[in-house]
Write a protein that binds this ligand. Structure first.
Ligand SMILES: [Zn+2]
Length: 146
């Protein structure tokens, strides 16, 4: 497993790409737009925004939109190198629990995640730091018959 050095990533470039993804957010109910990007092994940025629904439940977050889009485009789980998420929050935005679980499934535990806001504040974390004790495929053991 290769550990990426978060210092090698350009914060401004990643946050600007996430901000541009946020511009596409469909948020007629909350007005709370979020943008996210995930960089694959080739350096391509897969972007996503949140997409709301009048029924609320079908609403999809920016992080999952970006990841599902990347998988649908042929990227493989574990090949993402870095992610960035941005929203109009006081402190750098933080992913919801559902997105954290999806990131655990599709990203390496040590993948750097850049969290930012529109003021330019940001902080680095990792997938593992976002969801300690996550339920993963290794928890899905076949039932033993006795
Ligand atoms: Zn989410």
């Amino acid at each position: 497993m290769v550990t990426e050095d978060r210092r090698e990533w350009d914060v401004k470039t990643l946050l600007e790409a996430a901000r541009m993804a946020r511009d596409h957010a469909y948020v007629p109910y909350s007005g709370f737009g979020v943008g996210a990007v995930f960089m694959d092994a080739d350096g391509h940025l897969h972007s996503g925004c949140n997409v709301e629904n009048a029924a609320y439940g079908p609403t999809n977050c920016a992080e999952r939109t970006a990841l599902f889009r990347a998988i649908a485009d042929g990227r493989k789980p574990g090949e993402f190198r870095v992610a960035a998420v941005i929203g109009d929050t006081d402190a750098p935005i933080t992913p919801c629990g559902v997105c954290r679980q999806v990131m655990v499934e599709l990203c390496r535990p040590d993948m750097p995640v850049l969290l930012g806001n529109l003021r330019g504040d940001y902080r680095w974390t990792t997938v593992a730091e976002l969801l300690p004790g996550a339920f993963t495929s290794t928890d899905l053991q076949p039932q033993r018959s006795s």
